[in-house]
Design a protein around this ligand. Structure first.
Ligand code: OGA
Ligand code: NI
Length: 355
């Protein structure tokens, strides 16, 4: 991985002055310094100290790094290697595992358009979704976000499925550790989210992404258009190529976008909209996007949402007489369906395109 280390981030901020000069002349987007995000050490045995630090990060942007997360470099490197092998396959081979109704499989270029107001075409990326594997003998296996994954032919990509399953399992473990800290930071029992009703059977999606090209915000061309994530927690591993930007104040007249640099060994984490709803808007689900500079870029986001039937409603510790719930309660699966449909081409429109 080519990421900078923590010291570099402080040094790199010296380009701030230049960025500020540029912004005076900029009409569309004000550009761009690097964001200094909090780093949470998951090996710290003082959970209350970590929860306090985390709370600050969640109030500020909902973006932070985790270190000592326990996902080994070997496991991460293997996932990136196998991801590259998949995207390097001929298009006909990739189309054999085209995304199905369960949101599993390959998504070609332009499949997603998260910010249609500012994008002239879909995202300049191709992807692959791997969801929660729920076997056929499970009574809930046919729920929309549960079921079986679709895999590339093992003769073409030996060991691919095993690599992705291992990463998926490890990433879920890290999300559960973060969920404990989130609960503490919201004055709840540590196991509040990591309970059978909430994260007993989570909807968790590993997504492989491959970006190519150059973005041009002034023309509406993006690697990934501006969006906030739908779910609870997202882990983001990247190959170290810059691209991710966040905008802490989405309502600002002149939006200010900051790069989030990769740090060797650290994972970027961000909260999604469900966490914002749960916390009654206290914790932030921040707008982010990917700007490409012509370099090929690979990333592996991992999205965690709670059980299919979990109701997302204002937490008991986030409401009072003077602070009533701002969002109506909604079932996790219903919320996800709505959000997926808003930002993806419908499955049927692929089939029409192919015919
Ligand atoms: C996403 C996302 C960022 C990246 O997939 O939701 O924000 O760096 N990805 O690929
Ligand atoms: Ni995102």
């Amino acid at each position: 991985m080519k990421g900078s280390n923590a010291k570099d981030i402080l040094v790199n901020n010296s380009n701030k002055e230049m960025s500020e000069m540029q912004t005076k002349n900029q009409v569309v987007d004000s550009i761009i310094q690097e964001s200094l995000l909090t780093c949470i050490d998951l090996a710290n045995s003082d959970l209350h100290q970590s929860a306090l630090l985390l709370k600050k990060a969640c109030l500020d942007s909902g973006f932070f790094y985790v270190i000592n997360h326990g996902i080994s470099k070997e496991v991460t490197d293997k996932a990136f290697e196998q991801s590259k092998k998949f995207f390097a396959l001929p298009s006909e081979e990739k189309m054999k595992v085209l995304k199905n109704e369960k949101h599993r499989g390959y998504t070609p270029l332009y499949d997603q358009i998260p910010d249609p107001e500012n994008q002239v075409q879909g995202d300049h990326k191709e992807g692959y979704y791997i969801g929660s594997e729920v076997p056929r003998d499970d009574p809930q296996w046919d729920r929309p976000f549960y079921g079986l994954n679709t895999w590339p032919n093992p003769d073409v990509l030996p060991g691919w499925r095993e690599t992705m399953e291992e990463y998926h399992q490890e990433a879920l473990r890290v999300c559960k550790a973060i969920a404990k800290l989130l609960a503490l930071s919201l004055d709840l029992d540590a196991d509040y989210f990591d309970s059978p009703e909430m994260l007993g059977k989570p909807i968790s999606t590993l997504r492989l992404l491959h970006y190519e090209g150059i973005s041009d915000p002034s023309k509406g061309i993006y690697g990934t258009g501006a969006h906030s994530d739908y779910g609870m927690i997202t882990l983001l591993a990247t190959d170290g190529v810059m691209g991710l930007q966040i905008c802490k104040d989405r309502n600002a007249k002149l939006q200010k976008w900051e790069y989030v640099p990769s740090i060797e060994g650290a994972i970027v984490v961000n909260l999604g909209d469900m966490m914002e709803r749960w916390s009654n808007g206290l914790f932030r689900s921040t707008l982010h996007r990917v700007i490409l500079n012509g370099q090929t870029r690979y990333s592996i986001p991992f999205f965690v949402e709670p059980n299919h039937d979990c109701i997302i409603e204002c937490l008991p510790t986030c409401q009072s007489e003077n602070n009533l719930p701002k969002y109506p309660a909604i079932k996790c699966s219903a919320y996800l369906t709505q959000r997926y449909e808003e930002s993806h081409l419908k499955f049927s429109s692929y089939k029409n395109k192919l015919e």
